[in-house]
Design a protein around this ligand. Structure first.
Ligand code: 16G
Length: 281
């Protein structure tokens, strides 16, 4: 196993080096390593390196925001080519464990965001509860006729004008989800004047429009990112994503919002807990 030798601050992030006999490129500190890639193993070398790095994260040696060694450093550390090191890093970037910053290097990502499927919370609340900074980029905000499926969910006639808001949602500047919220209530066109880049939709509905959100139904489905989604979410095309469809009710008979969202599969966990009923036999 690899032994962690030092942690120092660099660009406000910690840089971790592995014990090995090469100097750290950026900090000039000597490493020495006991980690090994088994040459005779049937497992490909990039895969072994991935597992070594994954274990460092699991063990808490590499923490969120840590700068990982460069491809060249990893290549020298493990006696593998830069290409092999790059493949291991790229796959962990695609899985969401690492993220790259232009000109700075590759860093360990935040742990997955968990959305509790128990309480009805919005994105802003979920991200704040994790101590992160929520961000929103409004992609479009328009009134348009409801399609059949949306009309059915909102219990209105297809073709009725509804408010449609498409947003890219971020946590600490990192894209997490694309959300299309479709809303219907009397006077919903007034939402066109709201600034949803700055304000939460749920908070606005409750505080400004006097709508109490009571409950929601939500479906989850696995999918793969298409070109546009991959571009917006900054992930590789065909990366795993989670599609959600949520209908939110102001009361049992009044659906207010039908939202369709695409979440980065590698960054999000949906959590629910359940109890087994005592069945009467
Ligand atoms: C969540 C909801 C979305 C809602 C948003 C409000 C899902 C799948 N979707 O992301 O329907 O519009 O929260 O967030 O959970 P906001 O109050 O931060 O605008």
């Amino acid at each position: 196993m690899i032994e962690l030798v030092y942690t120092i601050n660099h660009f406000a992030c910690r840089c971790l080096a592995l014990r090995f006999s090469v100097p750290c490129e950026k900090h000039g500190v000597e490493w020495d390593s006991m980690s090994t890639i088994f040459r005779k193993s049937p497992l490909p070398r990039y895969y072994q390196l991935k597992e070594i790095m994954r274990e460092k994260i699991r063990a808490g040696e590499w923490k969120s925001g840590d700068l990982i060694p460069s491809e060249r450093e990893l290549g020298e550390l493990y006696g593998i080519s830069r290409m092999t090191a790059r493949q291991a890093i790229t796959e962990l970037v695609n899985e969401g464990l690492f993220y790259r910053e232009q000109g700075r290097g590759t860093f360990v990502s935040q742990h997955k965001i968990t959305q509790q499927l128990i309480h009805l919370t919005g994105f802003t609340e979920d991200i704040k509860a994790r101590g992160q900074h929520p961000g929103t980029k409004v992609l479009s905000a328009v009134m348009r006729p409801a399609d059949e499926k949306t009309a059915e969910r909102l219990r209105i006639q297809a073709g009725q004008m509804i408010y449609c808001l498409q947003r890219l949602r971020l946590a600490d500047g990192e894209p997490l989800a694309i959300e299309l919220s479709q809303l219907n209530f009397l006077g919903c066109e007034r939402l066109l004047e709201e600034d949803f880049a700055q304000h939460s939709l749920y908070r606005t509905l409750e505080a400004k429009y006097g709508i109490s959100l009571v409950e929601a139904e939500q479906e989850l489905e696995a999918s793969l990112a298409g070109e546009d989604e991959a571009h917006l979410l900054n992930i590789a095309i065909a990366s795993p994503v989670l599609l959600t469809r949520r209908t939110t009710y102001a009361d049992r008979d009044t659906p207010i919002e039908y939202a369709k969202s695409t979440y980065c599969g590698s960054k999000y966990t949906f959590y629910t807990s359940m109890k087994r009923e005592q069945l009467l036999s």
